[in-house]
Design a protein around this ligand. Structure first.
Ligand SMILES: CC(=O)SCCNC(=O)CCNC(=O)[C@H](O)C(C)(C)COP(=O)(O)OP(=O)(O)OC[C@H]1O[C@@H](n2cnc3c(N)ncnc32)[C@H](O)[C@@H]1OP(=O)(O)O
Ligand SMILES: CC(C)C(=O)C(=O)O
Length: 556
């Protein structure tokens, strides 16, 4: 990269902190979640949501369980203003939900914001101004003192407007572009605002420290949060909040380490929609917590339904690899992963159904509305016998013997490889039926009967082409006798009859399924499967299937 010298690290490491966060292992309780989908998310859409869409999205957020929702920037547009008015006038805000509105620190915008809040029982009014070196120098062209003035005058006006407006208002301040701000200056400006607002136990204030643009590695952000947490005035009456963006792809890590470092509140969006690379994804944060056995206090039990509403309203897509929500995030195509998952699922069912430790799957997909069938194991040319057998078992109830799975695995792999495509369960089943089940050529099984004759216990009726005839055999059991009759008739030589069977529930009818493997004198193994309502008939059909496979192979 020839232009590397263009870039400096534009963040500021705090002088010293306790680094207590480095000794914490995981987040032990859910933070206060604040959804900013309808503000930061909405302002980043190609076409921001209309009134009806915002109302539907708001309903979704309430259903998920958000108790704080930033509903917009009411001074920004008619739609934003009308949305807030609709929420208030139509009494659509549940009592346990607090709405939040954003305002710049400019008089006419603050006044318009309070106008939009008339009649609201309670709300968080969120004031911001930008504080970074770049913004001070390039955008505002103001000194540090002048930037503090902007914040303080806004803070005073908020206090004044709140006194003039009926309702219960909590204040929030964000030093926008915090991550590019000298940490002592960020502290200074936040403390100046706090001095105006004088938070108390009854009137707490939210200080929100945004990674407006994420500039550093997450441990630097965590140290900045810890520094602020340890030095802010009125700390016990301040709710410390983080608002990470995802420019470096570390939004989730920033939020998680930020929480370890003292943040009690997180602002973010569903699936990480938001400016540029997005805001931090609250779905991922919450379910990461869930994967550690901590209740995130948000209901993501039906992620597919949430994703579908999200995609329709925002016109954004949840990518296939998006944690938890993506179409492929619980899917294994590769053989060894599939094998481990299939074994892990079986182990869990038999040994520890209460807990989840299935290899390769961080959480149980069923917990968030995903399905085992079609979600966990999908088949292509990278797949193996374990996964292919799992699909047959899960979808069609067929529990193939291990060696037969292996044999079938090669068939399926080859089909997928040659056709260069994923195979759906019905296609896999069709291959299984074609290759193994009730194979009737060259020799068709018609019926059998047992006799009292000492020389042959069994007489089998077979059809070859148009010819129907009876053949007789003896053996140490019925199946063995039929097998011997067939060997003689067809001039085949095989040994090692491997046999298993199980019941098969298909629809309301219960059938028996049998699997038989025979080993030819050259070591080749041929497999057959028989399905019939009668268990003995199913095993005879399985035998005919295997023998026919052998016979076809010998004659080719
Ligand atoms: C990081 C974030 O996401 S912050 C939220 C950003 N979201 C949005 O901007 C979406 C909604 N915004 C809007 O609709 C418009 O920007 C409005 C209605 C708020 C304001 O519109 P306008 O006044 O026409 O334009 P604009 O936002 O460009 O104003 C820029 C002026 O505001 C000043 N300004 C910008 N932010 C702030 C702030 N937080 N506090 C005080 N002044 C500010 C700028 O310095 C500039 O001043 P200048 O006129 O002296 O040059
Ligand atoms: C207004 C602030 C919190 C913001 O959206 C940001 O800095 O990203």
């Amino acid at each position: 990269m020839k232009n590397v010298n263009k870039y400096d690290r534009g963040y500021f490491m705090p002088p010293e902190t306790s680094l207590n966060w480095t000794r914490k292992e995981y987040i032990t309780e859910a933070p206060i979640w604040c959804s900013v989908d309808l503000r930061d998310g909405n302002q980043a859409l190609i076409v921001p949501m209309n009134l009806e869409e915002k109302l539907e999205y708001f309903k979704l957020l309430v259903e998920i369980g958000f108790k704080e929702i930033e509903v917009g920037f009411p001074a920004a547009s008619e739609t934003e203003f009308a949305f807030l008015r609709t929420l208030i006038e139509q009494d659509l805000i549940p009592d346990d939900v607090t709405i939040q509105v954003l305002t710049q620190s400019r008089e006419h915008i603050i006044r318009k914001t309070f106008e939009s809040l008339k009649g609201a029982k309670k709300a968080v009014v969120h004031l911001y101004n930008s504080t970074s070196v770049a913004q001070r120098e390039q955008v505002f062209r103001k000194s540090k003192e002048e930037i503090i003035d902007i914040a303080v005058s806004g803070a005073k006006l908020l206090k004044e407007c709140a006194q003039e407006t009926e309702g219960n208002f909590q204040f929030q301040y964000s030093p926008e572009s915090f991550t590019g701000t000298e940490i002592e200056f960020a502290l200074d400006i936040c403390n100046s605002v706090l001095d105006v607002w004088q938070p108390t136990a009854e009137n707490t204030v939210i200080i929100n420290l945004p990674a407006t643009v994420s500039m550093s590695m997450p441990h630097v952000y965590a140290s900045q949060i810890e520094y602020m947490s340890e030095h802010l005035n009125f700390r016990e009456h301040v709710i410390l909040s983080v608002h990470p963006h995802n420019d470096r792809g570390t939004g989730v890590a920033d939020a998680e380490l930020g929480m370890l470092a003292g943040a009690q509140r997180v602002e973010g969006t569903l699936f990480g929609n938001g400016e540029r690379t997005g805001n931090v994804d609250i779905v991922t944060l919450a379910l990461n917590m869930y994967s550690h056995g901590v209740d995130p206090k948000l209901n993501f039990e039906n992620i597919p339904a949430i994703a579908s509403v999200y995609e329709r309203l925002t016109k954004m897509r949840v990518g296939e690899r998006h944690p938890y929500g993506g179409e492929l995030v619980f899917t294994a195509f590769s053989g060894s992963h599939q094998d481990a998952i299939a074994k892990g699922m079986k182990w869990r069912e038999e040994k520890d159904p209460q807990h989840w430790s299935v290899p390769y799957l961080l959480i149980d997909p069923m917990d968030i509305g995903r399905e085992y069938e079609g979600d966990i194991i999908r088949i292509n040319s990278q797949s193996g016998k374990g996964g292919i057998g799992y699909v047959l078992q899960l979808k069609y109830g067929l529990d193939l013997p291990a060696k037969m799975r292996e044999n079938f695995g090669y068939f399926v792999k080859n089909v997928s490889d040659q056709q260069q495509k994923e195979l759906m369960p019905e296609e896999i089943y069709a291959i299984f039926l074609k290759e193994y089940v009730n194979i009737q050529t060259p020799v068709e099984f018609v019926k059998y009967r047992m006799t009292d004759n000492e020389d042959f216990q069994t007489i089998v009726t077979i059809r070859t082409g148009n010819e129907v005839k009876e053949i007789a055999g003896n053996g140490n059991g019925r199946l063995d006798a039929i097998s011997n009759a067939l060997q003689t008739e067809l001039g085949l030589d095989y040994s090692d009859l491997v046999y298993t069977e199980h019941a098969l529930e298909i629809g309301s009818k219960s059938q028996a399924v049998s699997y038989i493997g025979i080993t030819a004198s050259n070591g080749s193994v041929y497999w057959g499967c028989g399905i019939d309502v009668d268990i003995m008939t199913s095993s005879v059909k399985a035998l005919f299937s295997a023998v026919n496979q052998f016979s076809r192979n010998t004659n080719n």
